[in-house]
Ligand binder design. Structure first.
Ligand code: DHK
Length: 144
């Protein structure tokens, strides 16, 4: 049986639904997790979903993913644009990675145009709302 696909969400994504709905929409993190579970289950796969506002906690989970995850969907939130440590961690599990952003970061402020994660990700999805997480799961099912 394949390992679960891990779905990691970074800072402030616990506030989905109430946080800037004009940018991030009205769906909640629970809706994101339900979508990921449903998409994975349609392919006989499972997920493990985690969210933290703390960089070190996310890095600890990524270390844990080595040998325990078949792939990782990650929305690193603001850490996307700042964290070399997160990028360094993401190569450790040696599994496919899809980076997801709910908003189209390229249509927003300049500081959101650079991602430390994108160069080591298998794919990047931005601007498709929470549907992007479902597509990321589909891709990881195909890759792993
Ligand atoms: C989420 C965040 O929290 C921002 O810091 C990113 C991303 C964009 C998103 O669109 O999901 O810049």
């Amino acid at each position: 049986m394949a390992h679960p696909i891990w779905v990691l969400n970074g800072p402030n994504l616990n506030m989905l639904g109430t946080r800037q709905p004009d940018v991030y929409g009205h769906d909640t993190l629970s809706d994101v997790i339900a979508l990921c579970e449903k998409t994975a289950a349609a392919h006989g796969r499972t997920i493990r979903a985690e969210q933290s506002n703390h960089e070190g906690q996310i890095i600890d989970w990524i270390h844990e993913a080595r040998g325990a995850a078949s792939g990782i969907v990650i929305n690193p939130g603001g850490l996307t644009h700042t964290s070399v440590a997160l990028r360094d961690a993401l190569v450790i599990p040696e599994v496919p990675i899809i980076e997801v952003h709910i908003s189209n970061v390229h249509a927003r402020e300049d500081f959101r145009h650079h991602s430390y994660v994108s160069p080591i990700a298998n794919g990047v999805i931005a601007g498709l709302g929470i549907a992007g997480y479902g597509y990321a799961i589909e891709r990881l099912v195909a890759l792993s």
